[in-house]
Design a protein. Structure first.
Length: 106
């Protein structure tokens, strides 16, 4: 069960992250933002396993997992785009968003 939740979260992130970038930065900064995202991803793939192994070795697996789980939650709680802040609260509907996304499927 835990594996399925983790896999679903990974899929959701991999689909959502690229589509959020244009909403968070202007068109003129899109290339720079994508470059920085790819650099961060490359560093994470190269250094992440070694740092995680060291963390698990020093504090144990459960606390390391907890810290890894809490980080994205903190990020999500504090993330708000400048455009969204200027426009006020978003008027979105989950059902309409789901239908719009499904309309692109064959």
């Amino acid at each position: 069960m835990t594996f399925r939740i983790g896999a679903a979260g990974t899929v959701a992130y991999n689909v959502a992250a690229p589509s959020l970038v244009p909403a968070l930065v202007g068109r003129e900064a899109l290339a720079t933002a994508n470059r920085r995202i790819e650099i961060a991803r490359s560093v994470a793939f190269a250094a992440g396993p070694a740092l995680t192994g060291g963390l698990v070795g020093s504090i144990g697996a459960a606390p390391a997992f907890g810290r890894g789980f809490a980080g994205p939650l903190r990020s999500h709680a504090t993330l708000r785009s400048p455009r969204a802040a200027a426009a006020g609260p978003a008027r979105r509907h989950v059902g309409r968003d789901r239908e719009e996304g499904a309309s692109f499927l064959p």
